[in-house]
Design a protein around this ligand. Sequence first.
Ligand code: C2O
Ligand code: CU
Length: 450
Amino acid sequence: MLRSTSVHWHGIFQRGSAWADGAAAITQCPISPNNSFSYEFSAPKQAGTFWYHSHFGTQYCDGLRGPLVVYDPKDPHRLLYDVDDESTIITLSDWYHFPAPSLIPRVIAESTLINGKGRYGGGPKVDLAVVDVQKGRRYRFRLLSLSCEPNYIFSIGGHKLKIIEADGENVLPVIVDSLQIFAGQRYSFVLTANRPVDNYWIRSLPDSGKHGLDQGFEGGLNSAILRYRGAPRVEPSQTKFYPPSKPIFLKETDLHPLLPTRVPGRPFAGGADINFNLALGFDPEKFSYTVNGAYYADPPIPVLLQIMSGARSPQELLPQGAVVTLPKNKVVEISIPGGIIGGAHPFHLHGVWKHSFYVVKSAGNHTRHNYVNPVIRDVTSIGEAGSNTTIRFVTDNPGPWVFHCHIDFHVKMGMAIVFVVDPEKASSSYVPAAWDTLCPSYNDLAPSAT
Ligand code: C2O
Ligand code: CU
């Protein structure tokens, strides 16, 4: 069956190019079947690990997703943590046996795919992904969660992971045995191949789905193989090289920017220009999430086109109640309580000029505000009940930018809000001629357009 699509470049700021952000119903009409559309954008000073995925309905869950790496010839890590090879990419994704739209409300992944390969319970013993290393060498591995739903506990048996990047931002190195990675997040870590020549399990255990944490990686589920050159072409034994019994687990509060940076706004809670709470809710009758009382649903006209057609105020903008307008060059602080049914929702923000958001308070019951050196990233989990997450960002990029849970099924269920930064400026943004033609009845839809 032919379907429409759109492609989002996750983590790329889209400076002055809101039209190329790829969010269907926000920054463009979808690309219809048999049509084509070219995205054009630049990413100055953005080097690191990103990804691309369909941003039309729940389409990326069905496969339109992949890694996007921007290499920096002058990578500041080069001097500090030289590696012999940085070509390895490890993608984690959830695999379903039915098309995504049919999965709601019971979303149950059959398995985890690592670099596109994986097994499901009771299924054939297909080959697993193999990551080759050579003893004595250091590698920069890029780990991406392309997940639509689960988060993963990731580890590589017998090996330490030295984290050096989170979501396209370099961080001071942190050495861990294992980490939790949420939908949309990325990490780079240095792995030193200093263990005996052998095969080792790469494990990615999902928090939900048919074969979650409890059933681990029995029979090679949720796993791949790290293979030293010279090791036999077999699977590791099931039990050898578990992570240590008291593994060091990555905490988001241990991540700090590699280069010193200044958190925008004044250094205390509520010290931004604009401070607000995001109250999340769940309406069991509508089986929908609410954000500050509103349900997000794709508007019939993309928000960018609404603005270009003259709409300016939140009252005029659709979806009703789910659009917030923000003035330009202000510091925004958003505090988000955790514990909303459906898991530790990972929130993602589109569109900034210089930096993604500063996680001034990470989820978790014992974390404090950090206005000195918090991690800067583009997806953070808001955690479980009792938790509060606080982020800051600067409204330095005019355009309509969506802020949403990266569990794609939850967006479909309303868990998103659109920030329109500087509507006046955004209304006169450049769009290529081809962008106009994506919306077939532009003039009928937007009578006030000139
Ligand atoms: Cu990775 Cu709104 O997306
Ligand atoms: Cu969610």
